[in-house]
Write a protein that binds this ligand. Sequence first.
Ligand SMILES: Cc1ncc(COP(=O)(O)O)c(C=O)c1O
Length: 380
Amino acid sequence: MNLFDVYPLFDIEPVRGEGAYVYDKDNVQYLDLYGGHAVISIGHSHPHYIEKLTEQLKKIGFYSNSVKIPIQKELAEKLGKLSGYEDYALFLCNSGAEANENALKMASFHNSRKKIVAMKGAFHGRTSLAVACTDNPSIQAEVNKVHEVVFTPLNDEEALKKIVTDEVCAVIIEGIQGVGGVKVPNTHFLKTARELCNKTGAILILDEIQSGFGRSGNFFAHQGADIKADIISMAKGMGNGFPIAGILLSPIFAAKHGLLGTTFGGNYLACASSVAVLDVMKNENLISNAKEIGNYLMQELALIKQVKEVRGMGLMIGIELYENCAPVRNELLHKHHIFTGSSSDKNTLRVLPPLCLTRKQADTFLSALNIALKNSLAAS
Ligand SMILES: Cc1ncc(COP(=O)(O)O)c(C=O)c1O
């Protein structure tokens, strides 16, 4: 049987990982500044992560959400403390799209409305309503086009004021737009969105699937704007590679048995992975490391003359060039053995390293990028 061929692949086969590095089958070392789409948060194969998952697997791997699973509570408590959202409730599921689907559904259960306001350039996943809220018609099938979704430009407060009325169910905003090219919502825009939702009864959903779990230098990127969301969706860095996702729900939402559900969500192994992530983040101060190394990288990147703009927060960085970034990205990967990411903006490189990145590793990247940029300029 063949695989359904939907992914363009690099001719690289990683077989093991350690910290910010992966190694291919010939033991060639790659510096991983992409973490497989922002998934690797605490670093590949962290010893505490391996221990927690192994310990759990030896005890019990799975039972459904019809029995007591105390590790779910442990996860909720640790997550509440580290994120500062202690009074919110946690619903666990399996992927980012599923988290957003549940977030939007909860908003609609709450206010019985169905019009969603999403941002131009947004990516929220590939399931029905999540993909309808994604600003990319090429990945929407006819069956996805039945939802009432309107798109408005990120950071345009006047447009937002016109569109968020008392007919709106929810406003959904990425903590930092990732796929769209690392675009940061500004503080004033987020505060305006919060005020408009308060005024109209719309639910404010912050999609922190890519920007959350410490990546921005805050636990969630929107916390830099000093606002609170009604619902926060999380995934990627949450399990450092183990599939786990969730939503945090403000106390305005009442739970009822049967309202939401999933077979695999909140299973022992997924929870063990996320508990390990939170332990390591706390014990190794990875959130402040993300801020410090991220600030250093952004400051140095801004000095490179071939760089048009540097955007981001912490270790979620977009490097916009004056030209298509694909040749530079390829040179970084194949000559310098450094993984970086692309985005829907063809000129923007996306840098999403593990939060344990060191200054020395950041310097390795900066030197390689300078060489790759000079070469690509010479070739053009
Ligand atoms: C901001 C954001 N939301 C949602 C998703 C969808 O997550 P998943 O691929 O786990 O469904 C992604 C994935 O890239 C994302 O970046």
